[in-house]
Design a protein around this ligand. Structure first.
Ligand code: COA
Length: 261
């Protein structure tokens, strides 16, 4: 019998629903799960039937309770660097994806789970969500970009506190820290909110959405000139059919019909 997949995926009306499917291990992210995330995101940009992505965890208890500690316990100095670099690379496929990616979080988003949520463009949580980077309890630090993205999202002082103490924060605090776009009562509400936002984004010009991803990411790239990237991206948009359609539709007082061209 084939191994059950670590990630369930289903495309419904252009939204690709990805569910981390290791419920009995609180959706801990093992190497197999990471590989599946890599394969999926290597395809998302070029697959026209996918226009946006929602990532969530199976069951009611966890989004993902971290990287798989059974695998972490086997690391040595040499493969630990590779572990971190390849995880960072895979999560940056999500962050740089030209289609919007939303994390829907219920229950634990710890360690690699919190890092996965932070690599998404937006985060919507149910009220039982818990966030944290508890790696210090294991004698390590986050390795999938957590030290960087947590600091970018919530600022240096609070990120330092959470990274150094390993403390968890609940959904209310996560929202007030700026980690969340929206906080809603249940996972079903969070999916509905994500769908509402994604349907709105999917009615806009896809090329412009991809350019926004690049421009926003460039803010955090020390070697990039974000203003230059914005100007280049702006010019790229003006070369598109969707630009002609969007401006014509406004002037003709009708809804635009964007084609992503
Ligand atoms: N890696 C591997 N397995 C994990 C895991 C992880 N990150 N997190 C949870 N699990 C497994 C547990 O080992 C347990 O498996 P078992 O039933 O085969 O023993 C199962 O998931 C359920 O977890 P359990 O600890 O029994 O649930 P709980 O409700 O008592 O506690 C947590 C929940 C999240 C507080 C606890 O599981 C935990 O601290 N997990 C590790 C969090 C962490 O340090 N993440 C960062 C890793 S870098």
């Amino acid at each position: 019998m084939a191994e059950p997949k670590n990630i369930l995926s289903e495309n419904k009306d252009g939204i690709l629903y990805l569910t981390i499917n290791r419920e009995s291990k609180l959706n801990a992210i093992n190497f197999g799960t990471l590989e599946e995330i890599k394969n999926i995101f290597n395809e998302v940009n070029d697959n026209k039937s996918i226009r946006s992505v929602i990532i969530t965890g199976a069951g009611e208890k966890a989004f993902a309770a971290g990287a798989d500690i059974n695998e972490i316990a086997e690391l040595n100095e040499l493969n630990a660097r590779k572990f971190s670099e390849s995880g960072q690379e895979i999560f940056s496929l999500i962050e740089t994806c030209h289609k919007p990616v939303v994390a829907v979080i219920n229950g634990y988003a710890l360690g690699g789970g919190c890092e996965l949520a932070m690599a998404c463009h937006m985060r919507i949580a149910a009220s039982n969500a818990m966030f944290g980077q508890p790696e210090v309890n294991l004698g390590i630090i986050p390795g999938y970009g957590g030290t960087q993205r947590l600091t970018m999202l919530i600022g240096r002082a609070k990120a330092s506190e959470l990274l150094m103490t390993g403390d968890m924060v609940g959904a209310e605090e996560a929202k007030s820290l700026g980690l969340l776009n929206h906080l809603v009562p249940t996972k079903e509400d969070a999916i509905a909110k994500a769908e509402e936002i994604l349907h709105k984004i999917m009615s806009k010009a896809p090329l412009a959405i991809g350019m926004i991803v690049d421009c926003v990411n460039s803010v955090f790239e020390v070697d990039e000139n974000g203003y230059q990237i914005e100007a280049n991206s702006f010019a790229r948009c003006v070369k598109s059919e969707d630009y002609l359609e969007g401006t014509a539709a406004f002037l003709e007082k009708r809804k635009p019909n964007f084609k992503g061209e």
